[in-house]
Design a protein around this ligand. Structure first.
Ligand code: HPA
Length: 270
């Protein structure tokens, strides 16, 4: 992936989808049905965008969809490359830089996560207030220039979080807020690890989002992120963790999550 790939991908998006919307929504596990909320949808598959990743995990469509939700124009990215697939944190580097080059201002991320807070139950949603990069891997390794030393305070724009909280309240969704700890995976955590992350002050744990936040902040975009709790983290309850269990909880919770996301998308003032 290089600058030409990004420029070419951005011009393909502009040619096929028109001017960039202000908001791009990156859909994680459980959030896929949001793509069906988009009216007047026009799709461009990742395969036609040289800066975008080839996706490994089944069930991920890999497409950029532009259209409207209510009166708000959005782009939706269905499909994320995870660091656990390659060990690299750069899987979404080209895709997110393409969004920035196209003119998108806000990356609104969604994901599935394990809850480390006994009062935050499976199916419930958490607005990410901050993150902990436990993996200590960066998508900016090798990046030239002083821009690489980018500030990560207020990575998740406080004013937009405030608006998201109000939008969720208006549609009657309980929205937790807390800190997301990024683990590499793909294995789930041990109970001892979860106790350590709790002691570090994190409320949710997951295998995505943090690299994309770093890429977007470095590219000058704002970031907002919503986590869907698909399980209580390892050792907190008796259940055995599995991907199938994660997906089943995500499917059961997706209707409310999608309605909340639609409300948030429509309410944001950038
Ligand atoms: N741990 C890590 N990632 C996750 C989890 C979890 O418990 N649930 C969903 N994604």
């Amino acid at each position: 992936m290089n600058k030409n790939d990004i420029a070419q991908s951005a011009s393909t998006l502009a040619a096929r989808l028109g001017p960039a919307p202000d908001i791009a929504v990156l859909l994680g596990s459980g959030w896929g049905p949001f793509a069906e909320q988009v009216q007047g949808a026009v799709d461009v598959p990742y395969a036609e965008l040289p800066a975008f990743p080839a996706l490994g995990v089944g069930g991920h469509k890999g497409l950029v969809r532009a259209g409207t939700v209510g009166t708000r124009r959005v782009a939706v990215l269905a499909g994320r490359k995870h660091a656990y697939e390659t060990g690299e944190a750069t899987g979404m580097l080209g895709a997110i830089r393409t969004l920035a080059a196209w003119g998108v201002k806000l990356l609104l991320q969604t994901n599935a996560a394990g809850s480390m807070d006994a009062t935050m139950r499976p199916g419930e949603l958490m607005l990410i207030s901050d993150h902990i990069n436990l993996v200590q891997r960066s998508p900016l390794i090798g990046e030239p220039g002083d821009g690489r030393f980018c500030d990560m305070s207020d990575a998740y724009t406080p004013a937009l979080r405030q608006q998201a909280r109000a939008a969720a309240a208006a549609v009657g969704t309980q929205l937790h807020e807390g800190i997301y700890a990024w683990v590499l995976g793909p294995q789930f955590e041990t109970p001892a690890e979860i106790r350590m992350f709790q002691a570090f002050g994190a409320q949710a744990v997951g295998m995505s989002t943090v690299p994309e936040t770093i890429i977007a902040r470095h590219a000058g975009m704002k970031v907002l992120a919503l986590s869907m709790m698909t399980n209580m983290a390892a050792g907190m309850e008796k259940e055995t963790l599995s991907h199938a269990h994660t997906l089943a909880t995500a499917n059961a919770a997706s209707e409310r999550a999608v309605a909340t996301l639609a409300a948030v998308v429509q309410s944001l003032e950038l």
